[in-house]
Design a protein around this ligand. Structure first.
Ligand code: UD1
Length: 419
């Protein structure tokens, strides 16, 4: 099994490009199921989760063609079955995103229940309840969500509590082909929801309010293919910026959309980084001294993203001063704490808060990646640690970071993939 070996201590300097956003690519690929002609999706990141979604579509008989520019053409005209099988769903919870499109276009779907997950229970009840509110009959049979509807789904008023990103996306997709008007209240405001809505609008959907907490969708009779380019990955960009805030250096990230990263950028400035930005680039400068500790609480967009929480625990572990990091979105999303502690980090967990006493230096150690963002935090810890850090189970990183070691090498890090 591949590992990452990092020899810490090098500052990061140079320029890299942001990749396409995983969390935008996944719903947009699922949206191809709604179209009666091929959808072309560009700027797709090379990531295991994207491959899993393409495999999932392929397993249903959807034709997937890859162009040289990593543009994928998805054609659902010969779809053969409407099942999302457990073998694929269990590796990626976002597979639930096919539920709404399948029901809306084919009036039935069978999607395996995702099951347990390293970052808390992460149920799918909100997805199921929303489909029921739109007229679907849903039952759980042998671990599968079996859903069907007589005729078309019907527009409905859906109120999310708590706010759910993929839940909002599933409803937007289902409602786009439903009969009548659907209103989503307490909708997720994440930029990836806007990206999906923009793609659907190009396919012929009638969606208003994406990016606010009330979204209105008037169903249309048919959607057709379009050509759409996925937005940049704000979590990837945030992760590299945080890396520089820890190692020191000067890094410019191109093809980024920093306006969607304000909550993270503000925290990085608070910890001493100087950040310049344009519409599609962001640059960070950090002197060689340690960052100032900064406390934060995660929340749905536009609050501080839970997908950046682990990276900031890592930053705070070597910061000047003490801090608290409170996680409000997912229970049990602190698997990285024990691993950072193995590198000398001084972190105590009190309920959903990590209480961190910044230390001068972490020490390299063998550590284990436990989930996607936890693994990113270990890479950052390894980059500043004294000595060698080996990170095991990096398939978690490959789910969400495109060529992470290549990008970091370009910036001067001493990092390699070993088996
Ligand atoms: C998405 C992102 C993930 C990010 C998360 C929160 C994708 C593919 N993934 O995940 O990277 O960390 O948003 O920003 O976009 N909940 C329920 N019932 C449900 C669904 C969710 O109780 O049916 C709860 C969850 O347990 C969690 C909260 O709602 O506490 C938010 O989860 P949600 O926004 O749904 O996360 P995902 O969409 O799965």
């Amino acid at each position: 099994m591949d590992k990452l070996l990092i020899r810490g201590g090098a500052p990061l300097n140079g320029e890299i490009y942001a990749s396409g956003a995983k969390n935008s690519a996944l719903p947009i690929l699922a949206a191809s199921l709604l179209a009666d002609s091929p959808l072309k999706v560009g700027n797709l990141p090379h990531l295991n989760d994207v491959t899993t979604m393409l495999e999932l579509l392929g397993s249903m008989g959807v034709e997937v063609m890859l162009s040289d520019e990593m543009e994928v053409q998805v054609d659902t005209s010969n779809i053969q079955n409407l099942n999302a099988r457990y073998e694929l769903v269990k590796t990626m919870r976002a597979s639930i995103l096919v539920l709404g499109p399948l029901l809306a276009r084919f009036q039935q779907a069978s999607v395996a229940l995702p099951g347990g997950c390293a970052i808390g229970s992460r149920p799918v009840n909100l997805h199921i309840e929303a489909m029921q509110a739109m007229g679907a009959e849903v039952s759980i049979v042998e671990g599968n969500i079996k859903a069907k509807v007589d005729g078309r789904l019907k527009g409905a008023k859906i109120i999310f509590e708590p706010v759910s990103v993929t839940g909002t996306e599933n409803v937007i997709m289902a409602a786009s082909l439903a009969e009548g008007v659907t209103t989503i209240e307490n909708a997720a405001r994440e930029p990836e929801v806007i990206d999906l809505a923009n793609c659907l609008i190009q396919m012929g959907a009638n969606i208003k309010g994406a990016g606010t907490d009330i979204i209105t969708i008037e169903g249309v009779d048919r959607l057709e293919g379009a050509t759409f380019s996925v937005m940049p990955d704000r979590v990837e960009v945030g992760t590299y910026l945080t890396a520089v805030a820890m190692t020191g250096g000067l890094v410019k990230i191109k093809s980024a959309k920093p306006k969607y990263l304000s909550s993270v950028i503000l925290k990085l400035e608070d910890c001493g980084a100087i950040i310049n930005q344009g519409e599609d680039w962001v640059e960070i400068k950090m002197d060689a001294s340690r960052p100032q500790a900064i406390s934060l609480t995660t929340g749905p967009y536009p609050s501080f993203p839970t997908d950046m929480q682990a990276q900031f625990v890592s930053l705070n572990s070597i910061a000047k001063g003490n801090s608290t990091v409170t996680e409000t979105v997912f229970e049990n999303r602190f698997m990285h704490v024990q691993e950072i502690a193995r590198m000398g980090g001084n972190i105590a967990l009190k309920g959903n808060t990590a209480v961190i006493e910044g230390i001068n230096k972490l020490k390299g150690a063998p550590v284990m990646a436990t989930d996607l963002r936890a693994s990113a935090s270990l890479v950052l810890a390894g980059l500043v640690a004294e000595g060698d850090t080996t990170i095991d189970r990096i398939y978690h990183i490959d789910r969400g970071y495109e060529r992470i070691e290549e990008k970091l090498k370009i910036l001067g890090a001493d990092i390699e993939r070993i088996s």
